[in-house]
Ligand binder design. Structure first.
Ligand SMILES: Nc1ncnc2c1ncn2[C@@H]1O[C@H](COP(=O)(O)O)[C@@H](OP(=O)(O)O)[C@H]1O
Ligand SMILES: [Mg+2]
Length: 268
């Protein structure tokens, strides 16, 4: 009797497996970022007037090299390449990379900076990882969402909206009046500031409920946090409640505005 060799399933056959692969890569990039953090570095100001450091560039090089090994056929749109005008054509499936989100927080040395990698399919983030190396906390999401903190892995999920009111999050370094005006329409019990994509993760792990962002962001700032939040039971919508989608190449991958919610958007 001839035996047919069993083909093992591709290790990247599920959104969770992809998020795990991104997590490994983000940890490697995070370690390189922490080496630069320890020795200190200067910032250069990019054309969009945002800062970039050696850490952003070293981390992005590691991520691009590792992604080319594990997902060689998927185009990658990465922040520092894009800043130099190197942007591949994207189809229905592509990867977004922000090697160091919260560069201002990195320079201010407050620990609120992250490595972000997300897979987009048909305009939506289906797997993603957010790693905050300074506080050794990793969030990932595919079909499920999880956090690894101090070496312990736990499933995370969003919480029901508290009856006493919502906890709202805002950017620490880029506050904007329109986001404040949006929040004024809801019952807000507590308001906190945080840097980077960690704001999505705070909602995903059930310690906050809403994060509106009317100020400028790029798709790579948002996609990985969006993947984690969606997998944890939340959502990211346009302020009018429409879907918030990715792949806006003609707009230079710029977002307009979005609101991240832990549950369905409550009535105003
Ligand atoms: N004027 C602007 N244009 C485009 N993006 C901006 C911007 N001001 C801030 N951002 C985005 O906001 C991100 C920081 O978010 P937060 O304010 O929540 O920490 C920045 O990510 P980087 O640090 O990766 O550049 C940057 O992409
Ligand atoms: Mg960013």
């Amino acid at each position: 009797m001839t035996q047919t060799a069993q083909t093992s399933p591709s290790p990247l056959s599920s959104p969770d497996a992809i998020a795990h692969a991104f997590a490994e890569i983000a940890r490697e990039a995070g370690a390189a970022i922490m080496q630069v953090y320890a020795k200190g570095c200067d910032a250069r100001i990019k054309d969009d007037r945002s800062p970039v450091t050696e850490a952003d560039e070293v981390a992005e090089a590691i991520i691009l090299r590792r992604l080319a090994d594990v997902m060689p056929d998927v185009p990658v749109v990465a922040e520092e390449c894009a800043a130099k005008g190197v942007i591949p054509d994207v189809g229905r499936r592509f990867i977004l990379v922000d090697p160091l989100d919260g560069t201002k927080e990195f320079l201010n040395r407050n620990g609120e900076f992250t490595v972000n990698i997300a897979l987009i399919e048909d305009g939506r983030p289906v797997a993603g990882c957010v790693f905050a190396p300074a506080v050794d906390t990793l969030y990932a999401g595919g079909d499920t969402a999880w956090r690894v903190r101090d070496g312990a892995e736990e499933t995370i999920s969003t919480r029901a909206y508290p009856v006493e009111g919502l906890t709202a999050l805002c950017s620490r370094s880029h506050p904007d009046a329109k986001s404040e005006a949006f929040l004024a329409e809801y019952a807000i019990a507590d308001r906190r500031e945080a840097g980077s994509s960690l704001k999505f993760c705070r909602v995903a792990e059930g310690v906050a409920d809403v994060y509106p962002r009317f100020g400028p962001t790029m798709e790579w700032d948002v996609a990985a946090g969006h993947a984690v939040l969606s997998a944890a039971g939340g959502q990211v919508l346009m302020p009018d409640g429409e879907d918030f989608l990715y792949g806006k190449a003609a707009a230079g991958f710029r977002n307009v505005a979005f609101v991240a919610w832990g549950q369905d958007a409550p009535r105003r």
